[in-house]
Design a protein around this ligand. Structure first.
Ligand code: ADP
Ligand code: ADP
Length: 234
């Protein structure tokens, strides 16, 4: 059973009285615990599609059914609640708060929950263990390498135990070796924790690490390669 069903999805922006169709009639199904990479030229609509699936943005038309909920029909407040408990975000430039330590950055999404301080601490430590950074938890972002900062960001994405992780160019700012370490972690989240992962990337080597690649061209899904997708997942 697919966890995500995208049907007839469209997104139009209006600029200077002109309509710009960024996504047109996108149809896509993503299975539970699938690791999907989304490729395509700059401006093809990858980030827009990712933001729609993550509930950051609202579609102009179509449906995005996730775990039985059509998030396209939720209002802003419902969408914010849904996002907080269902989606973890990973960005190209990590988006860590510079004035907070690694521990405090990872704890941030939990401050919105009603977990106690000691419960939060246990969750943060488990997430930092997963990314092997417990020894750096009192460091500030500028005291960490790029790879370490991205691992803190991955721990922050994980700490609320979301079913879906979205990553926008997560290795775009990292050297090859560090990029592979981050991709190993994403792989582990999918295999060991059963997370569904959608990753936007320009890098064919990074994309190839996913179980399935889809391509966008000018807002249209053109090509789907189900190379490692076992039939029993569909
Ligand atoms: P990609 O991630 O593939 O580079 P994007 O999804 O960021 O592509 O952008 C696709 C197109 O949508 C681009 O032409 C971009 O200029 C346009 N676009 C994105 N966001 C907005 C916005 N908020 N307002 C107007 N146009 C936008
Ligand atoms: P990596 O092992 O991820 O490639 P680096 O070789 O860049 O990391 O960094 C080695 C160590 O130096 C890291 O453990 C990190 O704590 C520390 N470090 C990296 N960058 C900085 C910095 N800007 N300020 C202080 N310490 C840093």
């Amino acid at each position: 059973v697919p966890v995500i069903r995208i049907r007839n999805l469209s997104k139009t922006y209006f600029r200077g009285g002109q309509a710009i169709n960024v996504l047109s009639d996108v149809n896509l199904e993503i299975a539970h615990a699938e690791f999907l990479s989304l490729m395509g030229p700059s401006g093809s609509g990858k980030s827009t599609l990712l933001n729609l699936v993550a509930g950051i943005d609202k579609p102009s038309g179509g449906e995005i059914e996730i775990g039985g909920i059509n998030i396209a029909r939720l209002n802003e407040a419902q969408l914010a609640d849904w996002r907080a408990s269902n989606v973890g975000f990973i960005f190209q430039f990590y988006n860590l708060m510079p004035v907070l330590t690694a521990f405090e950055n990872v704890e941030l999404p939990l401050l919105l929950t009603n977990l106690s301080r000691s419960q939060r601490k246990a969750h943060v430590q488990a997430a930092l263990e997963m990314v092997k950074l417990t020894d750096r938890m009192d460091h500030y972002p500028n005291e960490l390498s790029g790879g370490q900062q991205q691992r803190v960001a991955i721990a922050r994405a994980l700490v609320t135990d979301p079913t879906l992780i979205v990553a926008d160019e997560p290795t775009g700012d990292l050297d090859r070796h560090t990029a592979e370490e981050v991709l190993d972690l994403l792989d582990q989240l999918q295999r060991d924790l059963g997370k569904t992962i959608i990753m936007v990337t320009h890098d064919p080597k990074a994309a190839a690490r996913a179980g399935r690649m889809v391509h966008l061209e000018k807002g249209v899904l053109v090509d789907e390669d189900a190379k490692v997708m076992p039939a029993d997942h569909l």
